[in-house]
Design a protein around this ligand. Structure first.
Ligand code: DMJ
Length: 930
């Protein structure tokens, strides 16, 4: 930024400025906007910002510390079972596992985060570990894209900051470019992937054997995603410029040139997947999220880093197309590349949340503010951004793997506007992470944002990106030990120094300017974004853009917000018939349908869209008939509600979505399969019985445990290793007869989730769980214990009690104990294990189940009917189902006999000891959540 004699940003005269020389990001150009903010959102005090920054540091320690303690050298931490994820040792999760190369992924991805967070000592240790332990020559097939952005990017980011620290003279004095040498070694390992006629890389490569050799087990793929082929230039160019080996930059440029050539010429859009041999578009839908996202990001950032005009020209051409077709503010909706006026989907994915950040870099702040605001409202509704959500803001895919994109955009918008509103947004992100994703052994991805259930997964990008952006959001310049403005963020938030633009520039640039661009210096395309123009003397600028969108999520009727473009340009004409409005009994509708044949291209287009909507509508309706997943939350010590497991519902028994949750201690039934009268009724009486799947119908198991006095049941899958991470959840069907006699709630857990409870019983004996439709607030769980105040006030031990050295220590230990003891005891008695060996599931094979085939179809990714927070009633008014349901459940008495707290017969000493532990944990939790 400071060097190279570049023009300062904010110059009122439009320039074809070498952006790379003057700014890492437009956001940086816009920092001066901060001072404009005198009114509007309340400013945040320096103390509060520092407090939040410290909270981010503590959270990072919790995530990184647990990874290092319980997972390293494995690629990732499994935060529920508190161990490392080693590829091949866990059931395959498909493509997601292609990021894991047995190269200590999380450690490498975390390197430069350590420096940003001012943990230089830890950085020094981490670099030594990487150099000592990491092997890049494993016989494992990895994704070229993921390995590039996470591992190559991680090594280069680490190298960039290592040399910066060395130059400062205090740390890393021993460092001699070792990370760079590793990066180069990895770069050469990735090169065989580019051995295609097109120059687009194969999507996967074997680190040891490359592509084609028989032992490589890859190289037969024909397609790759656009982002996969188009997100290499920053890392590859940096590698070339750091080392002088030009081949890397050349290969990455060639791939980008090919993608550019293949853009759809009339729309200037690219599809999601492309054939790497022929260059044909395989998927012709186009958006800014999954599959394409970072291709656009790298065009603009390649210009910033390398100063090559052709990248900016390409970016601007695509950006115009995006704003013309895909941007439907505040939405960003996929369209067809050949028919860009035709929406390809009615939902958006979470990856597109990076786009407002990129728009800041481009200098187009208004739509960035709008989209970000819409996303924030979705987050406020579900605590996290679901992997996909519909245009009327219902959950489409309910997972959330702790993605950082929204935090990234929040950071850039704050830098651009200086509006303290974005600090408050960041604060909410921190609170939600601590409240819903934090578990004793790290942070767990959300399996289902609707239920609050977890997945045993903490992706490396959580450490590479989330903590970096959150920390930087609250940091002042002096909180960071180097000038962040001298670097550019890769898509994985790794830092590459801007001085690379002037180093080893031997690659010939392709100058394609005259070919297609009419340069128009009257707009921002060739200038640094100018704060004077972006914020025209209006301190309330950002707020005024957000204001009309304030209730866009809460007040939207289904699909009400989609822009019907045809309606706007065919003024006077009747609006096209939408599938949602179609009535087979309406003659006018039938007439319109007939015309959709092909009378005109517009009618044909309407027809196409109508059919597509019909298909979506009917599949959505089918999905909505299925029951949504449920949650099993472990509420006793030391979990205190922090572990939430995804459970399948039953089509019989107490419906947890309509009734208050059921809480109770768990007990294994005998026989464990629950297929006959229980021989241990005294053990399950008043408790939640654990039963193993198999040997008889689910309903029969339910009746047997109910007769023994159980207040609920959890059926645990007998298929060892099964998990809701890898298998679609299903509903337990009845037995084809009347099941009204079953009054207790029944839930299903796959084996891996079930063994978390079984392990907990081995370790702690008394394990209490909550069965519900949605995880409950942890504070409420502890408060629900109704601890008499005299106990809190009169316990001198408590006042003097020493706090454990850190919360992590005690919790980690517990979690570790659970996992390490998992092999020791076999709860399954001899009789039932013999039965298990038959491994039959009559409940899934019976004629009744055949009838109910639909009822055991995957429900994991379905839209929850109760999730339809707003829906349209017959009169076309918006009604709030959530409120209705809430009112309904609030009218139900708190006197549910199934709530079993207090039923446990326990000596008073032990109750007091328990209370003390709980109070202590609660206090600690409150402390760390403040
Ligand atoms: C990260 O690995 C990168 O940001 C990538 O470009 C897409 N998103 C993931 C995290 O969500």
């Amino acid at each position: 930024m400071s060097e190279a004699g570049g023009r300062g940003c904010g110059s009122p005269v439009p320039q074809r400025a070498p952006w790379s020389l003057v700014a890492a990001t437009a956001a940086i150009c816009l920092v001066s906007a901060t001072s404009v903010w005198t009114v509007g959102a309340e400013p945040m005090s320096r103390e509060e910002k520092q407090k939040l920054g410290n909270q981010v540091l503590e959270m990072f320690d919790h995530a990184y510390g647990n990874y290092m303690e319980h997972a390293y050298p494995a690629d990732e931490l499994m935060p529920l079972t508190c161990r490392g994820r080693v590829r091949g040792q866990e059931p395959s999760r498909g493509d997601v596992d292609d990021a894991l190369g047995k190269f200590s992924l999380t450690l490498i991805d975390s390197l430069d985060t350590l420096v940003v967070l001012n943990k230089t000592k830890e950085f020094e240790d981490a670099v030594r570990k990487v150099l000592r332990d990491v092997n890049l020559d494993n016989d494992v097939v990895v994704s070229v894209f993921e390995t590039n952005i996470r591992v190559l990017g991680g090594l280069l980011g680490g190298h960039s900051l290592a040399i910066m620290l060395k130059e400062k003279g205090e740390h890393m004095q021993w460092y001699n470019d070792e990370l760079l040498q590793m990066a180069k070694q990895l770069g050469y390992k990735l090169l065989p992937a580019f051995n295609t006629t097109s120059g687009l890389p194969y999507p996967r490569i074997n680190l040891k054997f490359g592509i084609r050799k028989p032992e490589a087990r890859t190289g037969t793929e024909t397609d790759t995603c656009t982002a996969c082929a188009g997100t290499l230039i920053l890392e590859f160019a940096a590698l070339s410029r750091f080392t002088g080996a030009t081949i890397f930059e050349e290969y990455a440029r060639k791939a980008l040139d090919f993608l550019w050539e293949k853009r759809q010429r009339s729309s200037n859009l690219v599809g999601v997947t492309i054939n790497i041999h022929t260059g044909d578009w395989v998927r012709k839908d186009s958006g800014v999220g999954a599959g394409i996202d970072s291709y656009y990001e790298y065009l603009l950032k390649a210009y910033v880093l390398l100063g090559d005009d052709s990248f900016l020209e390409r970016f601007n051409t695509h950006y115009d197309a995006i704003m013309r077709y895909i941007s439907q503010p505040p939405l960003l909706l996929d369209v067809h590349i050949h028919k860009p006026m035709l929406n390809a989907r009615t939902w958006m994915d979470a990856l597109l949340a990076f786009f407002p950040g990129l728009q800041v870099l481009k200098g187009d702040i208004r739509p960035a503010i709008e989209t970000h605001e819409m996303l924030y409202q979705v987050i406020k509704k579900h605590n996290f951004l679901p992997e996909a959500f519909t245009t009327d803001f219902r959950v489409h895919w309910a997972q959330h793997p702790l993605r950082p994109e929204f935090a990234e955009s929040t950071y850039f918008l704050y830098k651009a506007t200086g509006d303290p509103y974005y600090l408050e947004v960041g604060k909410t992100l921190i609170e939600n992470l601590n409240k819903y994703a934090r578990v004793p052994c790290g942070f767990a991805a959300m399996k289902d944002v609707r239920t609050g259930s977890h997945e045993d997964r903490m992706d490396s990008f959580f450490l590479a990106e989330m903590f970096k952006y959150l920390y930087l959001l609250f940091a002042d310049k002096e909180d960071i030990i180097f000038d962040i403005e001298d670097y550019i963020f890769t898509t994985e938030a790794h830092l590459l120094p801007l001085w690379l633009s002037t180093t080893n520039q031997s690659i010939s640039k392709k100058n394609t300017t005259s070919e297609y661009t009419e340069l128009d210096d009257s707009n921002f395309d060739w200038t640094c974004p100018n704060t004077q123009i972006l914020f025209p003397n209006d301190p309330l600028y950002a707020q005024s853009i957000r204001e009309p969108l304030k209730n866009v999520v809460d007040k939207s009727c289904p699909r009400g917000i989609i822009r019907v473009r045809e309606e706007s340009f065919r003024s006077g004409a009747k609006p096209p018939l939408r599938a949602r409005d179609f009535m087979a009994t309406n003659p006018e509708h039938l007439e319109i349908l007939k015309k959709m044949g092909a009378a005109s291209s517009i009618d044909a287009e309407d027809g196409l869209r109508f059919m597509q909507e019909m298909i979506e509508l009917s599949s959505q309706q089918q999905k909505e008939q299925q029951l949504p997943p449920r949650a099993v939350q472990i509420v006793s010590h030391p979990f205190f509600g922090r572990v939430v497991l995804t459970a399948g519902p039953a089509q019989f028994g107490l419906d947890l979505s309509k009734h208050k949750e059921t809480r109770g201690f768990v007990a294994s039934s005998k026989p464990y399969n629950g297929c006959s009268e229980l021989t241990n009724p005294e053990a399950v009486m008043g408790k939640i019985a654990l039963i193993q799947r198999g040997q008889c119908m689910f309903a029969e198991k339910a009746r047997n445990i109910q007769n023994a006095g159980a207040i609920g049941g959890i059926v645990i899958d007998d298929n060892e290793g099964s998990s809701s991470d890898t298998a679609p959840l299903f509903q337990m069907a009845g037995d084809g007869k009347d099941t009204d006699d079953i009054k207790i709630p029944m839930l299903f857990l796959f084996s891996k989730e079930g063994s978390i409870i079984l392990d907990a019983i081995r370790e702690y004996e008394e394990v209490e769980v909550l069965l519900s439709d949605k995880a409950k607030d942890r504070a409420a769980i502890l408060k629900g214990k109704m601890i008499p105040s005299y106990i809190i006030n009169s316990n001198p031990e408590m006042e003097n009690e020493e706090q454990p050295s850190s919360e992590n220590d005690s919790q980690n230990q517990s979690a570790e104990q659970i996992s390490s003891s998992s092999q020791e005891v076999d709860l399954v008695d001899q009789e039932s294990s013999e039965e298990n060996s038959l491994n039959s599931h009559p409940e899934s094979l019976s004629p009744a189940d055949m009838d109910n085939a639909a009822s055991i179809s995957p429900s994991e990714q379905t839209s929850n009917p109760t999730e339809n927070h707003e829906t349209t009633n017959l009169n076309g008014e918006c009604t709030d189902l959530d409120n209705q349901l809430q009112e309904q459940s609030e009218t139900e008495e708190d006197s549910n006999p199934n709530v079993s707290w207090g039923k446990k017969v326990q000596p008073i000493d032990s109750i007091l000891a328990d209370w003390n532990e709980d109070i202590e944990a609660f206090e600690m939790m409150e402390k760390d959540e403040l």
